[in-house]
Write a protein that binds this ligand. Sequence first.
Ligand code: NI
Length: 222
Amino acid sequence: MNERKHTTGKPHSTPNPPRNRRVALALAAFAVVMLVAVVVFQHRETAERSSADGATATSERPLVGGPFTLVDQDGRTVTDKDYLGHYLLVYFGYTYCPDVCPTSLNRNLEALDLLGDKAKAVIPVFISVDPARDTPEKLRDYVGFFSPRLVALTGSPEQVAAAAKAYRVYFTKAPGPTPENYLIDHSSITYLMGPDGMFVQHFSHNATPEDMAKRLGEIVGG
Ligand code: NI
């Protein structure tokens, strides 16, 4: 049976050099693409690991930041692209935060006050990690309490989670006095992003307004 099938069937497997060469070329091209993909992936992995360690010795910029879609305090949907051309001081937190967030935000705003005219190039951004309670209205009140300079962003839980992930910001719910008054543990790092949307440097919670203003003055320029 098998024998006859082979000998009488259409010679569909007859070698056809030009076609085989095309297939071989296509396979080779595919292999190159895969190789590049693997190298790029490993490169990203390495960069992620080094920045997760907090290493600053590397000359590569850590992969902090990236595309986001969120909602501002006026209810407008905004993306990272809307802020290109400005330096951003990005801080993640939540309006119910009893102390760390207000302290960090006040410090960032004070640094900008010290920066004087150069501060025009910098937008302080507060991104909520508590979208369930931080509605745009709530954020508008919060901004009013701090400074009209401040841009406050929230979004759907998915949008907020994606933005936090892009900035490697950790946050998790923690019990508060009552179930509705829960707290959120979160990282308290402020990220300086460049006009090209790329990470420039971070400021720890312990940086003083003077430290920040000095550094920003060097970076932002006249
Ligand atoms: Ni906080």
